[in-house]
Design a protein. Structure first.
Length: 417
């Protein structure tokens, strides 16, 4: 599964390592993020057989005789879109318990399997899970530099000058990270792909599986969330807008989360900080999809500076989470805001004893006052606070003292030398 259009995924080596000791390895992530391509690129050289449950005949066979289907699978098998046949989970458990060898099954799923109790219950202790996001900018550019998070916690930034992204920043936000979109030649082509993708996903994986009668609510709710990406999320406000109960809105949001279309970012707490805002932030899963839902192209995004700043925050959150997914380090992501108007877009914890912070601004210039949220956390956390980065669309990477750096946004994925 290589060729001129294949982009090497940084998760490849992690997947191979997990297969070397785990009988079952699950790759889950949104549809069209590259799960099948990754599974087959790893499995083909090792002799894995491949079956997809998107094929109605294969799905019907597995549903009618789960035990017989798994028993007849070759020694090494890839089962694609496993969420479509949940009855297989316990049968796979029995098969693994009878013949426990590393790398027995590679599973892929387009539903967040952490929301599927039957899978977790059946395969606990027998399965490793990896999360394949859409492509990070780091992967798109195929740079050899260390992921930004490693440089951030090490404070590995030097004073240097780079070229501004300028209009290219909006282009990257509008494009997003789905591999198929990278082949599109224009904003119109990308928007067409995103529209077809969203409609297909909603009809195939949400409305059908959840048996929702009102087919227009989910698309409208997803568009509403896209418009709020990077902002505090209030369920009551959304419920009032759609004239639905809070519980119904909450259930629909869980459906969108299960398909990786949206995600909530929890607030960061500290016993040393007071007057904290405790609502979660909501982020769309991919800014390219968000722009299409709101009918925004790169030109209109550049004209709306407020929306550009809002989507830049989601873009940075996505990029860092995508980079974290192919790291072996236990990064945890939060945001910080208090009632005194101090805020930080990302508070990132590494284990129990280290944290670093990231703030993102779409402007080409910054001032010392832009670091006030970062400095407040540093003052409260002391030695636990390692470094803070203010990402901006400027030209100069430079220290602002006390472990604070101004960092051009392109250094999220480019070499710093």
């Amino acid at each position: 599964m290589t060729g001129p259009d294949y982009i090497h995924r940084r998760l490849h080596s992690i997947l191979v390592k997990k297969m070397s000791y785990s009988p079952v390895t699950l790759i889950h992530g949104p549809r069209q993020s590259g799960k099948t391509t990754l599974a087959r690129s790893v499995g083909k050289p090792l002799g894995y057989s491949y079956f997809t449950f998107d094929d109605p005949e294969i799905r019907a066979a597995a549903q009618s005789d789960p035990m017989g289907f798994i028993s007849s699978c070759p020694e090494r098998t890839i089962l694609d879109e496993i969420q479509l046949v949940p009855d297989l989970f316990r049968v796979i458990k029995l098969s693994v318990d009878r013949h426990r060898v590393p790398g027995r099954f590679i599973l892929t799923g387009s539903t967040n399997m952490l929301f599927v109790p039957d899978l977790i219950d059946a395969l606990t202790g027998r399965m490793e899970i990896v999360y394949l996001h859409p492509l990070s900018q780091h992967e798109i550019e195929q740079t050899s530099t260390l992921p930004f998070l490693e440089r951030l916690f090490a404070g590995d930034f030097k004073t240097l000058r780079v070229e501004r992204l300028a209009d290219n920043l909006a282009d990257r936000i509008v494009a997003g990270g789905y591999p198929a979109v990278l082949k599109a030649l224009s904003d119109e082509d990308r928007s067409s792909w995103h529209r077809i993708y969203a409609n297909s996903l909603i009809q195939k994986d949400i409305l059908d599986l959840a048996r929702i009668r009102s087919s227009d609510i989910i698309p409208k709710l997803l568009t509403s969330v896209a418009n709020m990406s990077g902002q505090l999320f209030n369920v009551t406000t959304v419920a009032s807008k759609f004239k639905m109960s809070r519980n119904t809105v909450r259930d629909y949001l869980i459906l969108l989360e299960r398909q990786f279309l949206i995600e909530r970012l929890s607030p960061w707490y500290s016993n040393r900080m007071k007057r904290l805002v405790k609502k979660p932030k909501i982020h769309i899963g991919d800014t390219g999809l968000a722009c299409t839902l709101l009918r925004i192209d790169s030109h209109s995004l550049l004209k709306d500076r407020e929306l550009l700043g809002q989507f830049l925050e989601s873009f940075v959150v996505q990029e860092l989470k995508r980079q974290a997914s192919y790291s072996n380090k236990p990064y945890e992501f939060y945001y910080y805001r208090d009632r005194d108007d101090f805020e930080v877009d990302l508070v990132i914890e590494l284990g129990a004893f280290e944290l670093a912070c990231v703030e993102a601004k779409a402007s080409a210039t910054i001032a010392s006052s832009d670091f006030k949220g970062l400095r407040k956390i540093k003052a409260a956390e002391g030695d636990r606070f390692k470094f803070g980065a203010l990402l901006y669309d400027g030209e100069v990477c430079a220290s602002f003292g006390d472990g604070m750096y101004a960092v051009p946004i392109r250094m999220l994925w480019e070499n710093s030398t």
